[in-house]
Design a protein around this ligand. Structure first.
Ligand code: HDD
Length: 772
C-alpha cells in the first residue's frame, strides 16, 4: 500500500502529472463543478510550467496512478542488474576463454540479455497498428439520472480518469501518420464500476454492415499479399475492387475521400462511437444513443499534397503534435455529446439505426453536450502503455448496453479475442495500463503470466467454504437490458439496410465547394493508382448514384466516359442492385454539421506552428515582436534559417536559428513570416530551399506575413510579391513599415495574420481545379 500510494518508484513522475490532474480525479468522488463557464477554454497561464502544469500532486491522487506507480521504474542512481536483481560488473564484454578465445556457454548475463532482446517484439495490432496515446480525464457537466446510471455521468464535475489512443487503420506500426485513412479514437474510462471502452473512429459510419465482411475489407485494404505493397494506402486495386462490389461502402467512401481522412492533428478531429448503443437508467428504462466527441480546437485538415510531403518530412507528425501539445501544457480537449432517441422515433426514419453505414442527422436529433475530456499527461513508456493497452468493445459498465447492430456484435467478440494473441494470453487485463481501478474478484484462475495471487482454497461459486464469496451483485451489478427478441435464425439483412446512397448524397451536398473539390481530387488520386480499368469504371458507376456532377467531374479527370449506373454493370450478381420501389425519401438532404467548416474551434491557435524565416541583417526588433505575439496567442514560433548558429540583425545583435529549411520544410508549418525583401537586396529568393518552402506555404493555402511591403521570395514562387498586388488574397499579409524609427510594429496586421491562422486555411488560392 505504501508503494502504491506514498512513494512511486519513479519519484520524477509526480512532476509530470500536471496541475490539472492534481484536482483529482478520485474514483467515484464528485469534484466541484468548474467555476469557469461550461465550454470556456481551460488553457491559461495557471497551467504553464517547464514540463506539464505547475502543480505537483500527491502520488496516487489519480487512481489510475496506483496501478501504474506500482510498476514504474526509475534507474537514477541505481546499479545495473540482471532480471534476477544480480548486480552486473561488466556490461561491455562477454565471458571468454582467453581474450581471443571462444565465448563461454556459462555466460548467463550475456544469454539472459540476448534472450530477452530476441523476444522483445509482440505482434502488432492486425488493424490500427500505428497509434499514439495519452492520459487524462472525463468531466461530467451534470447528472444524467434520467438516462443512465453509468458512473462517469453521475454528478456535475465528476472526473473519471481516461487513457485515449488515436491511430490509423491500414498502416503497419512504423508507417507514416499522415496517410489517407480513417483515424481510430479509442477511450478507456477507468470507472469505479469497471472499465468502459468507447472504441470509435473519427468518422461516424463504417464501410460494411455486418462483421462477417470485416476480414474481407481488411484483406482488401492492407498491402497486397503477393508483393506486400502499398504501405498505409487504400490507393490500390484490391481495395477498390472490393468496395466497388460492396455498394454499402459508398457512404463511408465519401468520408474517407474527404479531408477528414487527413486531419491536421489528432487534437483537431471529431470522434464517434459509430454504432447505436443503449443508455439504461435506474428504473431499467432504455434510450438509444450515439456518442460524439467534438474538439475544442475545431475540426481542421491538411491538404493532400501537404500530407504526402509530411510523410517524408516527419512520419511522426501526429504523434509529435500530440506529445508536444501535452508537454507544453496545451491540453487537448473534446466535448462529449449525445444523440438520444427512442425506439419508436427510430422506427419512423428512412434508415435503420442498427445499420453502421448510416448517421442520425443532427437535424433529426440534436447533440446534447454532457461533458468534456482533457488529455493532461503523456505516457512514461510507449510499449508498456500505448502498445499494451487493450481496448474492447465488450468492456461496458452498468448503465450502458449494446444494440443489435450486426457489426457491433462481431466486434464484441473480436477485440477480446485478438488481445489473446497480441498480448500473449488471457491475463492481459492484469497489465497495469489495462487494470481497472475497480477491484477484481472472481474465480478465474491461472493462465500465462498470472500476476494476482488469489488466496484460499475456493475457486468456484456457489461455495460455503469461503462464505459464498465473491458473491453476485444482483441488481446492483451489470444487468443486460431485457430487449425483446423474435424471429427465426437466418442469414440476411433487414429491409432498410438495402438503401446505400441517400446519405452519401447528403454528405456530398453538405460540403463546401473546396471540400467537394478535395473529394474529387482524392477519388482521382486513388483511382489513377488503380491499374484495372474495369474497377475504375465500377467506382464511377457507383458514384452516379451519389451525384451526377461528382461522377462527371471524376470521369473527366480520369479521361473516361461515364458508365451506366452500377446495377446494370453488375448484371444479375445482385450485390449492387438498388432497392426496388418503396424506399422512403431521406428526411434530411443537407446538413451543415457535416462540413469541417462548421466547427472552426474557439479561435485559439492551439499550438499551431509558425516559421519565422531569418537571415543576416534582418530587422530583429520586428521579427522578435511577431515571435512574441505568436507565443502569447498560443502558437509555437520558431526561427528558421539556412544553417544553425546565430544570424546578426540590422540592429547589431543576434537571433539564434533554431531549425533549418533543410530539416523542417514548409509542410511542417501552419504559417510563415517572411522578411522584407526587394529585388535589389535578395536574401532568400535565390535559395532553392526557401523557394520550395514558401511555394508550399502558398499553395497549401496557409497564411503568410511579410515584415514589410515587398517580398521578392513570394514573387519568385509566382505569388503576389508586394502589398499592391496582394489584393483579394485573404491570407496574405504585408506589414506597414514604421513611418518614423520611433514608431512601433504594425500590430493590427499581426493580429489579422493570427486570426487567419486560427481559422486555418483559405482555399481561395487553390489551383486544383485550375483557376480561371
Ligand atoms: Fe476495430 C482495433 C475502431 C470495426 C476488429 N478498432 C480497433 C481500434 C479502433 C477500432 C479505434 C484500435 C484500438 C486501439 O487503439 O488499440 N473498429 C473500430 C470501429 C469500427 C471497427 C469504429 C466500426 C464501427 N473492428 C471492427 C470490426 C472488427 C474489428 C467489424 C471485427 C469484427 N478492431 C478489431 C480488432 C482490433 C481493432 C481486430 C485490432 C487490434 C485490437 O482490436 O485491439 O479486434
Amino acid at each position: 500500500d505504501t508503494l502504491a500510494r506514498g512513494t512511486p518508484s519513479n519519484p520524477l513522475k509526480a512532476a509530470e502529472h500536471g496541475r490539472d490532474n492534481a484536482v483529482h480525479p478520485q474514483a467515484g468522488v464528485p469534484v466541484d463543478a468548474p467555476d469557469e463557464e461550461v465550454g470556456a477554454s481551460t488553457l491559461s497561464e495557471d497551467f504553464a510550467s517547464d514540463k506539464v502544469g505547475d502543480g505537483i500532486p500527491e502520488a496516487g491522487e489519480n487512481p489510475t496512478n496506483d496501478s501504474l506507480d506500482r510498476v514504474r521504474v526509475d534507474s537514477t542512481g541505481r546499479v545495473l542488474t540482471t532480471n534476477q536483481g544480480v548486480p552486473v560488473g561488466d556490461n561491455q564484454n562477454s565471458l571468454k576463454a582467453g581474450l581471443r578465445g571462444p565465448t563461454l556457454m556459462e555466460d548467463f548475463i550475456l544469454r539472459e540479455k540476448i534472450t530477452h532482446f530476441d523476444h522483445e517484439r509482440i505482434p502488432e495490432r492486425v488493424v490500427h497498428a500505428r497509434g499514439s496515446a495519452a492520459h487524462g480525464y472525463f468531466e461530467s457537466y451534470g447528472a444524467l439520472d434520467d438516462l443512465t446510471i453509468a458512473a462517469p455521468f453521475e454528478a456535475a464535475g465528476k472526473r473519471t480518469p481516461v487513457f485515449v489512443r488515436f491511430s490509423t487503420v491500414a498502416g503497419e506500426r512504423g508507417s507514416a501518420d499522415t496517410a489517407r485513412d480513417v483515424r481510430g479514437f479509442a477511450v478507456k474510462f477507468y470507472t469505479e464500476q469497471g472499465n468502459w471502452d468507447l472504441v470509435g473512429n473519427n468518422m461516424p459510419v463504417f464501410f460494411i454492415q455486418d462483421a462477417m465482411k470485416f476480414p474481407d475489407l481488411i484483406h482488401a485494404v492492407k498491402p497486397e499479399p503477393h508483393n506486400g505493397m502499398p504501405q498505409a494506402a487504400s490507393a490500390h486495386d484490391t481495395f477498390w475492387d472490393f468496395v466497388s462490389l460492396m455498394p454499402e461502402s459508398t457512404h463511408m467512401l465519401m468520408w474517407v475521400m474527404s479531408d477528414r481522412a487527413i486531419p491536421r492533428s489528432y487534437r483537431m478531429m471529431q470522434g464517434f462511437g459509430v454504432h447505436t448503443f443503449r443508455l439504461v437508467n435506474a428504473q431499467g428504462e432504455a434510450h438509444f444513443v450515439k456518442f460524439h466527441w467534438t474538439p475544442r480546437a475545431g475540426t481542421h485538415s491538411l491538404v493532400w499534397d501537404e500530407a504526402v510531403k509530411l510523410a517524408g518530412a516527419d512520419p511522426d507528425f501526429h504523434r509529435r503534435d500530440l506529445w508536444e501539445a501535452i508537454e507544453a501544457g496545451q491540453y487537448p480537449e473534446w466535448e462529449l455529446g449525445l444523440q438520444v432517441f427512442t425506439e419508436e422515433q427510430s422506427e419512423q426514419w428512412s434508415f435503420d439505426i442498427l445499420d453502421p453505414t448510416k448517421i442520425v442527422p443532427e437535424e433529426l436529433v440534436p447533440i446534447r453536450p454532457v461533458g468534456r475530456m482533457v488529455l493532461t499527461r503523456n505516457p512514461d513508456n510507449f510499449f508498456a502503455e500505448t502498445e499494451q493497452v487493450a481496448f474492447c468493445t465488450a468492456h461496458i459498465i452498468p448503465g450502458i448496453d449494446f444494440s443489435n447492430d450486426p457489426l457491433l456484435a462481431g466486434r464484441i467478440h473480436s477485440y477480446l479475442d485478438t488481445q489473446i494473441t497480441r498480448l500473449g494470453g488471457a491475463n492481459f487485463h492484469e497489465i497495469p495500463i489495462n487494470a481497472p481501478i475497480a477491484q477484481v474478484h472472481n474465480n478465474q484462475r491461472d493462465g500465462l503470466h498470472r500476476q494476482a495471487i488469489p488466496r484460499g482454497r475456493v475457486a468456484y461459486e456457489p461455495n460455503s467454504l469461503a462464505g459464498g464469496c465473491p458473491f453476485q451483485a444482483g441488481k446492483s451489478g451489470f444487468v443486460s437490458y431485457p430487449k425483446a427478441i423474435q424471429g427465426e435464425a437466418l442469414r440476411g439483412k433487414p429491409e432498410r439496410f438495402a438503401e446505400h446512397y441517400a446519405q452519401a448524397t447528403l454528405f456530398w451536398q453538405s460540403q463546401s465547394e473546396a471540400e467537394q473539390d478535395h473529394i474529387v481530387g482524392a477519388f482521382r488520386f486513388e483511382l489513377t493508382r488503380v491499374q484495372t480499368p474495369a474497377i475504375r469504371q465500377r467506382v464511377l458507376a457507383m458514384l452516379r448514384h451519389v451525384d451526377e456532377t461528382l461522377a462527371t467531374r471524376l470521369a473527366d479527370d480520369l479521361g473516361m466516359d461515364l458508365p451506366a449506373p452500377l446495377p446494370d454493370l453488375l448484371g444479375d450478381s445482385g450485390v449492387g442492385a438498388p432497392v426496388a420501389g418503396a424506399v422512403q425519401p431521406p428526411e434530411v438532404t443537407r446538413s451543415d454539421s457535416l462540413s469541417l467548416l462548421d466547427r472552426p474551434g474557439d479561435g485559439g491557435l492551439w499550438g499551431r506552428r509558425v516559421a519565422l524565416l531569418v537571415h543576416e541583417g534582418i530587422d530583429g526588433a520586428r521579427v522578435r515582436e511577431v515571435h512574441e505575439a505568436v507565443l502569447s496567442a498560443g502558437g509555437v514560433p520558431r526561427y528558421i534559417g539556412h544553417r544553425l548558429g546565430d544570424v546578426s540583425t540590422a540592429e547589431g545583435d543576434v537571433i539564434p536559428v533554431e531549425i533549418t529549411l533543410e530539416t523542417a520544410p514548409g509542410a511542417l508549418w501552419d504559417a510563415v513570416v517572411l522578411p522584407e525583401e526587394t529585388d535589389d537586396a535578395p536574401h532568400l529568393s535565390r535559395s532553392a530551399q526557401a523557394v520550395a518552402f514558401v511555394q508550399d506555404q502558398y499553395l497549401h493555402c496557409k497564411p503568410l506575413l511579410v515584415l514589410g511591403h515587398d517580398s521578392a521570395l513570394l514573387a519568385a514562387v509566382g505569388a503576389p510579391g508586394s502589398v499592391d498586388e496582394a489584393d483579394g488574397d485573404p491570407a496574405l499579409f504585408f506589414m506597414d513599415p514604421p513611418a518614423t524609427p520611433e514608431d512601433g510594429t504594425d500590430l493590427a496586421t499581426v493580429t489579422a495574420f493570427l486570426t487567419s491562422l486560427a481559422g486555418h486555411r483559405r482555399f481561395e488560392r487553390e489551383m486544383d481545379p485550375p483557376q480561371r
